[in-house]
Ligand binder design. Sequence first.
Ligand SMILES: *Cc1c(COP(=O)(O)O)cnc(C)c1O
Length: 474
Amino acid sequence: MRYISTRGQAPPVSFLDAVLAGMAPDGGLYVPERWPHGLDSDEARADIGQREHFEVAANILHAFAGDELTIKKAYALALKAYSLNAGAFDSRVVTPLVQLGGGHWVLELFHGPSLSFKDIAMQLIGPLYDHALAARDRRLTVVCATSGDTGGAAVEALKGRERADLFVLTPRGRVSEVQRRFMTTSGASNIYALEVDGDFDACQAIVKTLFADQDFSARASLSGVNSINWARIVAQSAYFYATACLLSGPGKVNFIVPTGNFGDAYSGWVAKQLGAPIGKIALATNANDILDRALLNGSYERATQSLATLSPAMDIQVASNFERIVFEVVGRDSGATSNLYDQFAREGSFDIPADARAALAEHFYAASVSDESTIEEIGFRWGEGYLACPHTAVGLHAPQEEFAFEEEFHAPIVYLATAHPAKFPDTVERATGVRPQLPAKCADLFQRSEKFDSLPADAEAVKQYIRERSRAWS
Ligand SMILES: *Cc1c(COP(=O)(O)O)cnc(C)c1O
């Protein structure tokens, strides 16, 4: 299976090369040259709906990797990530479904080591990197910008790995203490947590600058595990696929996805391309509502800055993965995609062409939820016996905002629960009066000692820091 860039100016690469690179060298994102078949028959769907998570993930991984990963190898990697023996997830059911009421379900994605949905993809990336780097006899410098949860999940996935060093850039003061501690307490010598004097977009801009510096990028053997990494999309599409297969009756299954960088929601669309019986995918944003505005009035327009909200993992103004769906809805035209994103770089906005807009509306809804409603929703759900984190609550509340719910959204509806409530204890306590407890596996998080460095929001300073420390530097 070959991967092409959405901007069309980079040569096609294999699955493992796309995964190791993160971003394409022309500034675009890798997408598969065509969508794999084999998972779209009634038989495959019925079968996969009955399987363990690692089996579903392995099937999908193999479908996207093609010859580069045999089904046997894909199974071995998925077992390392998801089996009970591997120890990363609490239960055999990696992503448990909880029924809220008739036709309404919560898909809990936060039972991994750092308590957010990011673990599901990241736990697979760890073994996948080991495999790819050993096969190529390479070392890697992994950099990632995180508004919170990616960092902890990446640390858990890469700590102690022989061939990879991880540098995590996080905006100072914009992540919760629990989030920060997952990044700073690993004790591993190949992990560097960096607090940057700026917001998430500043961190993301620095990472982009590092990748754009071809000399630096080559010498550091730079790679990204941010939500644009293709392996993350593949790993995330597995729970959409399995859940849709499991719950679909005569109708299709709808998902409501708390959204920031559009990685998770796009993974749902990918599962749909694989043949999963998925209806609509609703994007639930907080006050950082670029995607809500884009779907509502057809203009993808960056705000002047990202707002700090109670759901910080979604405090994002530029939804990186949106480029992948733009590429699809303009008919996989890389020239058109490049033009739109060149304009975005120059002017901070572009208009989505009319037919592309119509194509988007076939798959997606969007709504934006205020902090006030988020708090209310957490309190309301707790009254009914369900404790939700603020991000999950944004999704739970979204139908009350502006979806055309009654006509369009038939049950079943699956709400994705993206973080454990104990990751955001202050907000949850404020909403419910109850202080959520960390699960036993990380109950000592506040006793562990922290290690991090502070840097200015300056790409040169970050480059120097990495140059001095990366084992991959040559
Ligand atoms: C990352 C994150 C999101 C947003 O996911 P995207 O793939 O960036 O849209 C939502 N909730 C939580 C808890 C997260 O960590």
